[in-house]
Design a protein around this ligand. Structure first.
Ligand code: HEM
Length: 504
């Protein structure tokens, strides 16, 4: 046999072996007798992802198809068998009761070569635990109250920006973009101590960076799929996902900011000051303390995640809320009346306590987040094999990704009848008493829920309060009804949310 023939035979054998392994992988759920939809050989159950279908649509379809069949169904994240949870008891076990086995998300991070990925959302294991402990005190009610006046100042800027456009006889524009400028300025102020001025200039540096973070990728879809499917291997190969200019920008901003504050002995109560204290080791109780001080690049990664997680989530939710209130102006008026009455009750002052006293406001935002959960799912990874209590044939293997389909639950007619209807009464005190806590998951749940939930809620409530006191929102010819969603991972509206605005 010639050398060439041996090589061809060896290659053929190798390809057959790879095919056999892949085939075995793609039959994982069939062999275990767990309900699932037949997967595509390469795309698994994500066929058309980002092109013709969003992740939210795919999840909803799988959830609707298998709901009631058992505690979970199987699906394939490309080539990777994964679990999609279908029942409440299991959701509670994963997020809360058996959290210790599901504390990780198992997504890519590489602090060394890609420093901005070393943040709370991406880290796992002890690294996550230590950091979560350090950062939790950043989000207490006391800290929120300190930041409240900063948000009010930015809300004043928002009023000026809206008024200017109305004076120029402009009445219809994209409120997703306007709200993104508002929350960028809020987070820029609180996380970086920087006046971003996006409301005055939509092309201000931070707003441009915000758009780039959401819109640009370091790699194409194939390499991204590889990194997402094999995060540990990708880290060993020293791969990175963050575009270099974004890393350079945030490292520079934080270094400059720290140097300025140290030179001028600036100490405020914003996130950056708290991160600087962690950098100086002020939280350490003794020299032998298990927790160590944060390095500058670790600080930067946290400020970065506060920025990324904090602006687009809240701004898009705000835009969705305005959209629903523009469609149902009676609800808008009811909320406006509550705002006025509550401020009157609090001696005509809009304080933190006054904001907390607005109950219909909370209902409107809760219903907005039910209908539009920006993160359509939650992710966890099993640390060890897990047999679902009471279902011995349902086993979540060590290392397996677990998906909790928030969007499926939020649109389940057995939990929320007529799920497409926007109805804040679903969140009245009486209705809440009848529902399970895990039936509403826009911020996740358990020890790994959204750390910034209260901050997000605060900036959304302030934004709505200021806007509804001064302006009326209605739909216009440019309003896309119903909303069409982008095919991206988060639930974003295609083409923005155009509404008509008039002064009151
Ligand atoms: C409407 C606003 C927001 C929404 C809808 C939202 C949603 C979420 C969700 C769904 C998670 C995952 C929770 C889980 O897996 O159980 C999360 C985690 C996180 N969020 Fe938010 N978020 C919002 C605002 C914020 C803000 C304002 C900040 C920071 C200032 C923030 C920082 C984070 C961080 C750091 C994590 C990771 C927590 C961890 O893994 O320990 N988020 N958020």
């Amino acid at each position: 046999m010639s050398v060439l023939a041996i090589l061809i035979a060896a290659l053929g054998a190798l390809l057959s072996f790879i095919y056999y392994l892949l085939q075995r992988r793609m039959n994982y759920w069939r062999h275990r007798g767990i309900p699932h939809d037949p997967p595509h050989f390469f795309a698994g159950n994500l066929k058309g992802l980002m092109k013709t279908r969003s992740f939210a649509e795919i999840l909803r379809e799988i959830y609707d198809h298998h709901r009631g069949s058992g505690p979970f169904c199987g699906y394939y994240l490309f080539q990777r068998p994964a679990v999609l949870v279908l029942d409440r008891a299991l959701i509670k076990s994963i997020l809360i009761k058996d959290f210790n086995n599901f504390a990780d998300r198992g997504i890519f991070h590489n602090e060394k070569d890609d420093p901005l990925t070393g943040h709370l959302f991406r880290l796992d294991g002890q690294q996550w635990r230590g950091l979560r402990n350090k950062l939790t005190p950043t989000f207490t009610t006391g800290k929120m109250k300190f930041m409240f006046p900063t948000i009010l100042k930015v809300a004043d800027q928002l009023m000026i920006a809206v008024s200017k456009r109305l004076v120029a006889d402009e009445h219809v524009w994209d409120w997703k973009e306007m709200m993104a400028c508002f929350t960028t300025d809020v987070i820029g102020n609180c996380a970086f101590g920087i006046e971003c001025n996006s409301l005055q200039d939509p092309n201000a540096e931070f707003r441009v960076m915000g758009r780039r973070i959401i819109g640009s990728r370091r790699h194409g879809p194939l390499i991204n799929a590889f990194i997402n499917s094999f995060p540990k291997l990708a880290r060993r190969l020293r791969m990175a996902i963050m575009p270099q200019e974004i890393t350079d920008f945030f490292l520079r901003i934080v270094r400059e900011n720290v140097a300025y504050r140290e030179r001028n002995a600036v100490h405020t109560n914003d996130f950056m000051s708290i991160l600087m204290d962690l950098n100086k080791g002020k939280h350490l109780k003794s020299e032998n303390d298990q927790m160590r001080a944060l390095s500058v690049s670790e600080m930067t990664a946290q400020a970065f995640v506060f920025f990324v997680a904090g602006f687009e989530t809240s701004s898009t939710t705000l835009a969705f809320a305005l959209y629903e209130l523009a469609l149902q102006t009676k609800l808008q008026e009811r909320l406006r009346q509550e705002i006025e009455a509550t401020i009157k009750k609090h001696n005509n002052e809009f304080t933190y306590e006054c904001m907390e006293d607005m109950h219909y406001m909370k209902q409107v935002l809760a219903e907005t987040q039910r209908k539009y959960p920006i993160a359509p799912n939650l992710m966890r990874q099993a640390a060890a094999d897990y047999v679902v209590p009471g279902h011995s044939n349902y086993v979540i293997k060590k290392g397996m990704m677990v998906t909790i389909p928030t969007i499926g639950i939020h649109y389940d007619p057995a939990i929320y009848p007529e799920p497409d209807k926007f109805d804040p009464e679903r969140f009245s005190a009486d209705a809440l008493r009848l529902r399970d806590s895990v039936d509403w998951l826009p911020f996740g749940d358990g020890p790994r829920n959204c750390i910034g939930m209260r901050f997000g809620q605060m900036q959304m409530r302030v934004g709505l309060t200021y806007l509804l006191r001064r302006f009326k929102f209605t739909t216009s010819e440019q309003t896309q009804i119903p909303i069409v969603f982008q095919k991206t991972f988060p639930l974003f509206p295609e083409g923005g949310i155009h509404l008509r605005v008039d002064g009151i």
